[in-house]
Design a protein around this ligand. Sequence first.
Ligand SMILES: [Zn+2]
Length: 260
Amino acid sequence: MPELIEVEQYREALDVLCGGTVRSLDIADSAFARPRGVPLGVFDALVGQALTATSRHGKLLLAHFGTDGYVVGMRFGMTGRLLIDGTSPIEALEYASRRNDPAWDRAIIDIGGRVVAIRDQRRLGSIELDPDTRQLGVEASAITADALHRVCSRRTKAIKAVLLDQRLIAGLGNLLADETLWQAGIDPRRPAGALSEVEIDTLASTTVATVQTLSARGGSHTGDSFELRLDGARCVLCSGSMTHDTVGGRSTWWCATHQS
Ligand SMILES: [Zn+2]
């Protein structure tokens, strides 16, 4: 958390400010700026520039400014939220603190008198001028079977780890990856390169459908398998036992019966 669904909600909130001009930009925490060690003065170029558009690639929110084409990239890590005038489209993130402390505001931008803040308790997010989006893989919300096939081909690491690797597929986090594999009936530990063509097709279409469904419901935590992430839970698709282990470095739940 936040995954692409939450970052898309941040983007929609920020997009309302298009047309407004940057009056001030304050990076309260220099460690939040990327690349590491960048002089904070580079961000001064944004003052006086108008917000012209917003976009998103995976979990990276992009704000486009002015006629010179400045782009600000915002990343939200594990606990980052975007607030506008003190209000966020997401009141509280799953697995993050319910506290809401302005001391966690790492960057604050005044756009046309509206105050945009990145509030990030654990400070794993970042802000960057003109980020290199080529480091990011294919956008998960629109992934095709062909693209997923290229990503998985000959890869020996677990499919769950591949889904989470932002350099390969951008946007999925732990909850979306688990829900998608559960819906697709694929064991998260399977080597990605061992998936059949039919399984790749199913996984690609299930990824897109899962993002659409959970976006409509309001978040990455609204999947049908979310309530099954506890010991003793029974799969609602097949009544099998839910199993838990660390896969791809992350806490992973799956159904031992229908995911194979
Ligand atoms: Zn099952």
